[in-house]
Design a protein around this ligand. Structure first.
Ligand SMILES: *[C@@H]1O[C@H](CO)[C@@H](O)[C@H](O)[C@H]1NC(C)=O
Length: 384
């Protein structure tokens, strides 16, 4: 039994060892984050970030993240890492975001950029691969964006995924898998999943491209294949030496049965009558190949607008391993979410108490009592 446990532990260790972490940022080394993150100077009016765990938190140091500090500003900041491609691999993008101000209108999403991003000039027009995370504006927009760049266009997930609108820290996870499935998780719970091709309306792209004649060699072959008879002449046979045309008639090679047609096979030349495995080299649409696959992923950043500032971004992660991301989420957000709510509850109680005391003082001083509702004074972190 002990041995089984050791083996299990070993498997776990091996799994973690196999995970590739492309980028991980917890802001645990004081002001040194400024060496890793580049504030864009493309617009002198861009808002500034500071390191803060906010007014209430689960852990004063661990919960420190990038906080927006100025109202009514655009923000643009990014960090670099060694470029990689997610071709043939799972890609997990994860981070935490906390709108501790009452978020009325503003972005809470992250963007993933190609390595050639000009960080100093990052702005709303900088091309990105992925945009992911919550966006809130008034009562209408409360959604999780999942936008993918494909063929020089941005494509938004057609499902409407609702985001959290309270003031607590939430964990957002996007998983893109090489089998073209995806998953969006909030606080570790899957809230949306499906097929990238369908949920991003990329089927229409497929149709357009299929109609161009030069990009569908196998389609022509398929059409032809349906006309073919089930037999073909055995070209390797030769007329027997004792064949007498006058007596036996014209010699014909014997008929051989064709192998049954299957999906994924194509006819290699009508004359040759040979089925070959379909090669999709000459097409520009390769469903298993280039949807949600990005070359030279090299930067992550925040490029957004906020009416009221105070949002905190933390625990950024890019990896190829879902399990690693899950464990990282548990070790960060999972550990501090409980204490964060406790601190918020204590603060709320104190504020109610303070408001009551102030009111009592006013009554004692003979002023009008109760013209102010004590409950309107404390900061509710509930839904908008
Ligand atoms: C901002 O960036 C763009 C490129 O995206 C550049 O053309 C422009 O000159 C930049 N503006 C400033 C003030 O740096």
């Amino acid at each position: 039994m002990a041995r089984a446990r050791v083996a299990l532990l070993w498997v776990c260790v091996m799994r973690l060892a196999l995970a590739t972490v492309y980028f991980q940022e917890e802001f645990l080394d004081g002001e040194r984050w400024r060496n890793r993150w580049v504030q864009s100077t493309n617009d002198s009016q861009f808002g500034h970030f500071r390191l803060s765990s906010g007014k209430f938190y689960g852990h004063k140091e661990k919960d420190k993240g990038l906080q927006t500090t100025q109202n009514g500003r655009f923000y643009a900041i990014s960090a670099r890492f060694k470029p990689f491609t997610n071709k043939g691999k799972t890609l997990v993008l994860q981070y935490t975001v906390k709108h501790e101000q009452k978020m009325d209108c503003g972005g809470g999403y992250v963007k993933v950029f190609p390595a050639d991003l000009d960080q100093k000039n990052l702005n709303g027009k900088s091309p990105y691969y992925i945009m992911f995370g919550p966006d809130i504006c008034g009562f209408d927009i409360k959604k999780v964006h999942v936008i993918l760049h494909f063929k020089n266009q941005y494509h938004e997930n057609k499902k409407s995924i609702r985001c959290k609108v309270d003031g607590f820290t939430h964990l957002y996870t996007l998983i893109l898998r090489p089998d073209l499935s995806y998953e969006v998780k909030v606080d570790g719970q899957g809230i949306e999943s499906g097929n990238i091709e369908y949920d991003w309306n990329l089927m229409s792209l497929k149709k357009t491209e299929k109609s161009s004649a030069d990009s569908k060699p196998w389609d022509q072959a398929n059409d032809k294949a349906q006309d073919w008879e089930k037999h073909f002449l055995d070209a390797s046979a030769s007329k027997p030496s004792d064949w007498n045309s006058e007596l036996d008639g014209d010699w014909q090679a014997p008929l051989l049965q064709k192998p049954p047609y299957q999906d994924g096979l194509k006819a290699e030349g009508i004359d040759k009558d040979i089925w070959l495995h379909q090669k999709m080299k000459s097409t520009s649409y390769l469903p298993q190949y280039d949807l949600s696959e990005f070359e030279n992923i090299g930067a992550i950043g925040l490029e957004l607008w906020q009416v009221r500032s105070g949002t905190i971004f933390d625990n950024f992660l890019l990896t190829d391993d879902e399990e690693y991301a899950e464990n990282f989420g548990k070790a960060t957000w999972g550990e501090t979410k409980g204490p964060e709510r406790e601190m918020d509850a204590i603060q709320a109680k104190e504020e109610v108490k303070r408001a009551r005391e102030e009111e009592e003082e006013e009554v004692m001083a003979g002023r009008f009592p109760g013209h102010e509702n004590p409950f309107s004074r404390f900061h509710r972190r509930d839904e908008l």
